[in-house]
Structure formats: structure tokens, C-alpha cells
Design a protein around this ligand. Sequence first.
Ligand code: HXC
Length: 510
Amino acid sequence: MKDILQELEDRRAVARMGGGAKRIESQHAKGKLTARERIELLLDADSFEEFDMFVAHRCTDFGMEQQRPPGDGVVTGWGTINGRMVYMFSQDFTVFGGSLSETHAQKICKIMDMAMQNGAPVIGINDSGGARIQEGVASLAGYAEVFQRNIMASGVVPQISVIMGPCAGGAVYSPAMTDFIFMVKDSSYMFVTGPDVVKTVTNEVVTAEELGGASTHTKKSSVADGAFENDVEALAEVRRLVDFLPLNNRAKPPTRPFFDDVNRIEDSLDTLIPDNPNTPYDMKELILKLGDEGDFYEIQEDFAKNIITGFVRLEGSTVGVVANQPMVLAGCLDIDSSRKAARFVRFCDAFEIPILTLVDVPGFLPGTSQEYGGVIKHGAKLLFAYGEATVPKVTVITRKAYGGAYDVMASKHLRGDFNYAWPTAEIAVMGAKGATEIIHRADLGDEEKIAQHTQDYEDRFANPFVAAEKGFIDEVIMPHSTRRRVCRAFASLRGKSLQNPWKKHDNIPL
Ligand code: HXC
């Protein structure tokens, strides 16, 4: 009996060593942690329960039968993050470069199936040379099995990908279908075809980092949602994000004890809006002053900065925030900001996270590049996302809400539940100058007349009261009491029930 127990210990010890001490050393030399070290940092201490530690591949080509390391290049199982259950896999680059074999894929599929059945998020740590070259099509089949599960799990349980090494070729499409992708600066990259193929086909010379590093994907392509300095920071931030998320689409967002006054008055907000309507101010200041304890988890911080997306807590409950940022492109909507916010709104709606929208938007960005790039379709994504969302929606217009952008930004007409405006709000078809130049074209040479017309237009529309008279604004509120008003609004909406008509699925303008 003792021998058998010892054998289990010995086998476990072998499995835990992955590809062996030398390869672990080489992993560390690249500034990367091993698959198991990452799990330890991600999960609560001693909470990890491993599956399939002894699974080995079945390949007999190219001498592979001589090397059958237990675990087959991926560590899978479940554990807890601050006491809440998650399933996870962590690819082990020290075993065949973390490459994906048929059995490696089966291990991932097993925990994804369990996550779906038990209603808990899936977190995947990717560090892999891609398809196990020795296995050929069996490996491709394995990828497709994972893809299919990513698709089925979408909108059912949150899926988070952390890219901590190579992720190339078709392998990128599994993370691409998850809800959030995080990368580590300088040690991770994602691309469909690598620098060598790019050189051959297009003659472009580019490094792996330039082509698909964390900076590229958080600033240019928007494939990734956040970039972190190293493995330790990335895993700590994933823990922080999970704290904001519900476990599945039938669970309420988590609430946790809060130590902030719901009725907190912020007098400084009364002077947040500058006297000159063209002077920018930092919308993040408002977000930080509204959320419990000033805690804000920003998503896609480095992309389309003219819109801000992320999570706060109000009275301990998660709320998604979408806010125009007047500091960048005057806060206008364009292709990138519409896509970014639309995806965020849809995530919140899928997982029953209420949405707070803070509006200061002068309209859509004009120009050929926007029109040629399809701003009509991309803008429609955000409109569609807001209009289909059935979660509680509270909107605060701080300053400009012009034209179509007024409609788009969670207006009353898109089933906004509480539509507030500050006294500084200007709700109109367009800015006074532009409006005057169109409706008083005949007076264009006469500066005095134009100035008078502009003033008249401003007096009439540069305020929230015309919209409030029509009931499009439920209440004009004092900036200093915004936190109290917004908290009370969401509290009153906890029992909200709204259903869209039955359909197989919608046809959002992709
Ligand atoms: C089998 C692999 C492997 C793979 C790496 N290894 N990739 N084994 N299949 N795909 C092994 C290496 O043989 C090596 O084994 C160990 O992993 C570490 O690899 P190194 O090359 O020494 O590491 P490094 O210098 O850091 O380079 C990492 C790398 C490179 C850039 C990822 O290994 C590489 O280019 N690999 C091939 C990538 C690739 O073309 N994959 C297929 C893509 S197509 P030893 O024993 O020496 O430690 C694809 C399609 C998916 O993925 C389709 C889905 C639909």
C-alpha cells in the first residue's frame, strides 16, 4: 500500500516538473513564470483542484511515442478567486512549447464543459507554439473543438484570456472569441501570420513585437483589452476584474461590503464643466467621484480614448460605465469609439450588469476616412447595443448631447430608465454656430446678424430644459448630488424586468 501511495507522489512530482528543470529555467530567463506558478498567483491559496494531471498524448509519429510527458502541455482544473469559483487552463510552454495536441485540447474542452454546466467563468492562460506539428489534423480538430465551446459559452459564462507568450496562427481565434484579452508587455504576442510569412507575402519587415505585441493590440488593433508589465501584475489584475463579474448569465453581479457614503456630496462637481463650452475637462474625474471608494476598472484604456469604458461599484454592486471623454477628439463618436463601447454594452447586457452612461458628445466625427471606413455601420453598432439592452440604464448628460449622438448615448428613446441632465447640459441638433450657418445662410456675410442668431439659438437650446419639458430628461440634477441620484436610481431598478421579442438572434450590423 505504501508503495502505491509513494508511486502517486512520484508521478505527481514528475508531472509538476513539466518539461524539466532546464526548460523551466529558460522560461524564467525570458521573464515568464511557469504554468503552475501562474495558477498559484491567479487563484486563492490552496484552492486549485487539478484535472487530468496524467493525461498523455497518443501520437506515434516522428518518435513521439518515446516522449509522453504527463499533462501534455497544459494544466487544467478549477479553484477560487476571493472565494468565487472559476475554471481555468494554463498552457505549459516547457512541454512541447505548450503546443496543442488532440489530448491537450480535450483537457481544455473538459473544463469548459464543466464551467458551462456549473455556471462559472473560464480563464485561459495562453503560452503556446500553436498546433502540435507532429499531430497534424488531429491538432486542428482539437482547436476547432475549443472554438465551438468558446462560441457556446459566449454570453453564458465570462471567458477571459491572458496571453503570456506566443499565440499565433489559428490559435488566436480562441482568445479572440472570449470576452476579455489581456497581454503581458514584451513577452507575449498574437498574430495570424508571423513576421517571416509577412516578409515573404507583402515584403514588409516587422518584428514580432511590432506585429502583434501588447502595445500593438491595445493601442492599434484593439484586439486586447489591457497590457500589463509582467505576469504577476497581469494575474493580479485578472483577479481584480473577476471580482466585478457575475459567475454566469443567470447570476446577479456580485455585491460586496462598501465603505463609502451613498449620499456623498461632491461640491467640486459643480465646477467641473468649464465656462467655455469648447474647453475640455476630464470625464474620468466624474467617474472616480461617482464610484464606491473611487475604484474604477477600465477596459481598453489605450484605445479610442474619446470614449471610456469600465466597471465601478455603486452601493457595492457592479455597474458598467460608458462615458464620452471631452479631452480626446472633443469626446465625439467615431468608428473606433463606437465599436469599443458597443462591445462593452453588449457584454454588460449579456451578464445583467446595469449600465451608467455619462454624456458629453458633440456628434459623430466628420470626414472621408470615417465615411469610407463605414462609420454608419459602426455607429449603428452602438445604437443597436444600447437599444437592445434590457439591463437597468441610467444616463447623465453633463454638457453636449448633439444630433444623432444624443439619441445613441442611452437616450430616453432607447429605453433609458433614468435620464438625468446637469443644468450645464446642451441638448440640440447641433452646436449653435453650425445651426446658424445653415438656417440663416442668407445672413452669412453679416457678422453682427450671425452673432445675434447664434446667441438666439444658444439661448433656446443650450440648456436641458427644452428636453426636460418634453419628458426626454426625467430630472435636471445638481452635479454635486450625482452619486446619490445615480445610486438611488439603480437601487430602484433592481427588480427591473424587460424582455425583447422572441427571435433566433438579432442581426446587429457587424
Ligand atoms: C510541437 C513545438 C511547437 C509546435 C514549439 N515546439 N512549437 N512542438 N509543435 N507547434 C517545441 C520546440 O520543438 C521546442 O522543443 C520547444 O517547443 C520550445 O520551442 P523553441 O523553438 O525552442 O522556443 P522559442 O525559441 O521560444 O520559440 C517559440 C516559437 C517557435 C516562436 C513558438 O517554437 C515556433 O515558431 N514554433 C512553431 C510555431 C508554429 O508554426 N506553429 C504552428 C502554427 S499553425 P524542445 O524539445 O527543443 O524544447 C497553427 C494552426 C492552428 O497553430 C490552427 C487552428 C485552427
